[in-house]
Design a protein around this ligand. Structure first.
Ligand SMILES: Cc1ncc(CO)c(N)n1
Length: 247
């Protein structure tokens, strides 16, 4: 969490460098007060229900983004990489996730059909749309994909650690993203992103535009994901998102 390389993650990958270099905002996204309130059992259930409704809207918008990365992986044509299989597993779990949201919403009496996207959700979904544009490089899309998933994995795994007082009725939500299998999936995404970034940085990626351009765009995209995540948690807490203006 504090930028130490994780077991099984190749030390020194570009994503490792970013987590260290931007550890304050990374901690802001993965140890947000909303998450800490779940972990210490003080979370306001109305905040949890607000998060549930808004995240359902986000996840539905996330599906086409993941599909767009799958298409990019296919077009890369590097069948040996196994990238497509990682994304297919991600799409499969999103199918289960949407079913879980519906079941969890009915458990809490949240009518998902009546939930309107709040501004942070609208902005985050618009950002996903931007990442689906054809001119966005596979490497940049993968940096976003890994960051989006890993913020949730790190956040909810924290609520499951020894000593946490997560309320039993919220354990399932935390397990959803905090479990080891999802952690392994995030490591697979991270390895793809690191491989792509390494190729872009070494200029060995054919037909890629100016390679350092791709690397710096990927880093900016990583930071934008963290900002959108912090805004999303702020919204869940009900604190009007006074976040930095988006570039
Ligand atoms: C806002 C948000 N970020 C990341 C994830 C992980 O898929 C999610 N479900 N929602």
């Amino acid at each position: 969490m504090d930028g130490k390389s994780k077991p099984g993650v190749p030390y020194g990958g570009m994503t490792d460098t970013w987590v260290k270099k931007h550890r304050l905002i990374y901690i802001g996204a993965t140890r947000h007060p909303f998450i800490l309130s779940i972990r210490d059992g003080t979370v306001d259930l109305s905040a949890f229900k607000r998060w549930l409704g808004q995240d359902y809207i986000f996840v539905r918008a996330f599906v086409p983004f993941v599909a767009s990365v799958l298409i990019r992986a296919y077009k890369k044509g590097d069948e040996s990489s196994g990238d497509m299989e990682v994304m297919l597993s991600g799409l499969g779990s999103l199918n289960d996730e949407i079913a879980w949201f519906k079941q969890e919403a009915s458990k809490w009496g949240v009518d998902l059909s009546q939930v309107a996207p709040e501004k942070p959700t609208q902005h985050y979904c618009r950002f996903l749309e931007e990442l689906m544009r054809p001119e966005v490089d596979y490497t940049v899309a993968m940096a976003a994909f890994w960051a989006i998933e890993t913020v949730y994995q790190e956040s909810f795994a924290h609520c499951l650690e020894e000593g946490s007082k997560t309320p039993p009725e919220l354990q399932e939500a935390c397990q959803r993203w905090g479990n080891d299998g999802f952690g392994h999936y995030c490591s697979s995404l991270r390895n793809i992103a690191d491989r792509q970034l390494e190729k872009a940085a070494s200029g060995s990626e054919p037909l890629v535009k100016v390679s350092e351009d791709v690397v710096s765009k990927a880093e900016v995209t990583f930071l934008r994901v963290l900002e959108y995540e912090v805004d999303f948690w702020n919204m869940s807490c009900g604190t009007a998102g006074h976040s930095a203006p988006k570039p």
